[in-house]
Design a protein around this ligand. Structure first.
Ligand SMILES: CC(C)(COP(=O)(O)OP(=O)(O)OC[C@H]1O[C@@H](n2cnc3c(N)ncnc32)[C@H](O)[C@@H]1OP(=O)(O)O)[C@@H](O)C(=O)NCCC(=O)NCCS
Length: 165
């Protein structure tokens, strides 16, 4: 049975290990290896993850028996009642087995329990995950090419899902 763990600082090494296994595989057709490494170093160092947690990002990890399958991160935004799905990543061998849905359920429950009424996210416009998000009730709000430093860009959709109270 798949379990969801609300992660804390002790779990940082698990999140790092999942990210370093997942990112080079799922992003290899979308962005360069240099950009993947740059983003991993920037976003998944121990210090960066601690800062994200200190700033209110809640991480969830999916586990089945002793195997970790994926992770998600959700954080408040500057807009009241708006939360952002910052991360949602499942190991490629475990795609399409419901793990992403279970992680997203945990994120949505967290958001609504905090009083959030909408969840936003950014996703690469050529990422197949766009299809997953549409299936889960997200709609495309707008698109943007966002500079992330070192001359790298994210060519993204901004998507949103609103919760009915
Ligand atoms: C996107 C992702 C999290 C989905 O997780 P998953 O565990 O494979 O998804 P699920 O098995 O819960 O799928 C739920 C539904 O979405 C559908 N779905 C999953 N991936 C899909 C895709 N790429 N395109 C269209 N539909 C998709 C499934 O078929 C399923 O449909 P059903 O309810 O009719 O059976 C996973 O593919 C992933 O980790 N991708 C790489 C990382 C990534 O790009 N993350 C997003 C960064 S913004």
């Amino acid at each position: 049975m798949i379990q969801i763990i609300a992660a804390a600082k002790d779990d940082i090494s698990v999140i790092q290990s999942l990210a370093y296994s997942i990112w080079p595989v799922v992003y290899k057709e979308m962005i360069t290896e240099e950009q993947i490494n740059y983003m991993l170093e920037n976003r998944y160092s121990k210090q960066a993850l601690e800062e994200q947690m200190n700033a209110g990002q809640q991480f969830f990890i999916a586990r089945e028996d002793n195997n970790y399958l994926g992770y998600a991160g959700v954080a408040p935004t500057e807009t009241e009642n708006m939360y952002k799905l910052e991360k949602l990543y499942v190991l490629p061998d475990n795609h399409k087995k419901g793990v992403g849905s279970i992680l997203l359920d945990a994120v949505e429950l967290f958001t609504t329990q905090k009083g959030g009424s909408e969840l936003i996210l950014q996703v690469n416009r050529s990422n197949a995950a766009v299809g997953f998000y549409k299936k889960k009730g997200f709609v495309i709000d707008r698109e943007a090419d966002v500079e992330i430093g070192n001359g790298f860009y994210m060519n993204d959709y901004f998507m949103v899902k609103k919760f009915v109270k």
